[in-house]
Design a protein around this ligand. Structure first.
Ligand code: SF4
Ligand code: SF4
Length: 114
């Protein structure tokens, strides 16, 4: 923080074309409701894990779609699969299945199977 009470964030570029979007494709194929998310954040607001950590399902879904997978790979394990997020989603996104599929996709990508 500088003397003005704020600091400038570091520049950040997303190379969307060269990002790895295989995880997203895997989920789109098997759970079409992944496309319905409007990023409202309702799932994150009610999330059991998010109540005590910085875990945000909204953010993780956005990162998967961009192909920015590394943070997702690290954080997706924190989900307890309680399913509260499904109950509040206004778009009927099957969030729990998306999380399960993301975990499976990461496992398969480590085995070079997707
Ligand atoms: S509550 Fe549903 S629509 Fe809103 S961010 Fe979560 S998954 Fe997307
Ligand atoms: S299933 Fe996972 S993401 Fe959804 S509310 Fe529970 S802990 Fe949060």
């Amino acid at each position: 923080m500088n003397k003005f009470g704020f600091s400038i964030s570091k520049g950040r570029q997303i190379d969307y074309e060269s990002n790895d979007r295989r995880i997203a494709s895997f989920i789109y194929d098997k759970e079409p409701s992944f496309r319905l998310c409007i990023e409202c954040g309702g799932c994150s607001a009610t999330c059991t894990t998010g109540n005590s950590t910085k875990f945000s399902l909204r953010e993780l879904q956005i990162l998967i779609k961009r192909g920015e997978n590394e943070d997702v790979r690290q954080n997706i394990k924190k989900c307890m699969l309680c399913g509260k997020c499904i109950l509040v989603c206004p778009r009927g996104v099957n969030t729990r299945n998306i999380i399960l599929l993301a975990k499976l996709a990461f496992q398969k990508s480590e085995e070079n199977a997707i």
